[in-house]
Ligand binder design. Structure first.
Ligand SMILES: [Zn+2]
Length: 260
């Protein structure tokens, strides 16, 4: 699962390009995030070996170097203070201590403000991973300090639903008309997959990391600034999440306005 994203992090590790703070956008990513922590820390392999001391640290039920905030509802300032205390101590067994904040959209305003201070000056020996399926509900100040990694959702995996439609929309700005919400959801998912592929390809020019095979056909014709693409990507994810409450053709129109 998510092999391409593991490949991506493995490449970052080899190239010494791992950042301190990430936001993983998707569902059920807690155990995958721990795998990323393991990958970043394992010095035996480009991925993880599962047998060195640091890999084994991730199998322990209690570790001084790994801290997860996994609250079912709100994440309060007390949770953030505990995390900050955890970060204040030097790592015992790991190269980089791992802090994971699951459902980061549940941070209260007070907790967000407190956490912002950590994100502004994260300790060097740490890896911070926030997880959320609703990045649109996270404070923009928090969002802007994390590298965002977008995960495929189950029905987001390449449909190849609309190669021509996708191309017409992205390159020509020609708007599709949808008869059903299902059709629109597939379209939005395809747009999201493409934009994410474009961002990854822009950073590391490796076509094996692309999620959708049609991305590679469209990428040479799609010449956009990466920051602008991230903005469109976030907009597309917000719209996809709100699609049940929106008029679908209006939603496509809104997306088109941002991507102009
Ligand atoms: Zn290892």
């Amino acid at each position: 699962m998510y092999k391409k994203i593991l490949d991506y992090f493995s490449l970052l590790k080899k190239s010494n390009l791992v950042s301190t703070s990430y936001l993983f956008v998707g569902n059920n990513l807690l155990s995958f995030s721990l795998d990323i922590g393991k990958l970043i820390n394992c010095s035996n392999s480009d991925y993880f070996c599962n047998c060195c001391g640091s890999c084994r640290e991730f199998e322990r039920s209690v570790s001084y170097d790994i801290f997860c905030i996994d609250e079912p509802s709100t994440i309060k300032i007390e949770n953030i203070r505990a995390a900050q205390q955890f970060l204040a101590y030097k790592s015992t067994n790991l190269l980089k201590k791992v802090l994971i904040v699951n459902n980061a959209h549940n941070l209260t305003e007070e907790a967000s403000n407190a956490f912002l201070k950590t994100l502004e000056e994260p300790p060097n020996d740490s890896l911070l991973i926030l997880i959320s399926s609703r990045p649109d509900m996270i404070f923009p100040t928090i969002l802007s300090r994390c590298k965002k990694i977008y995960f495929p959702t189950i029905n987001e995996f390449p449909h190849l639903y609309s190669k021509e439609v996708l191309r017409d929309f992205l390159i020509e700005g020609r708007l599709p008309v949808f008869k059903s919400r299902e059709e629109a959801k597939k379209f939005f998912s395809d747009v999201i997959v493409f934009l994410r592929d474009y961002v990854i390809f822009g950073i590391i020019k490796n076509k094996n990391l692309l999620i959708s095979s049609i991305s590679y056909e469209i990428i040479p014709h799609f010449k956009r600034n990466l920051n602008k693409v991230l903005e469109i990507l976030e907009r597309a994810i917000t719209l996809l999440n709100e699609l049940d409450n929106l008029n679908i053709n209006l939603a496509v129109n809104l997306l088109n306005l941002v991507s102009r």
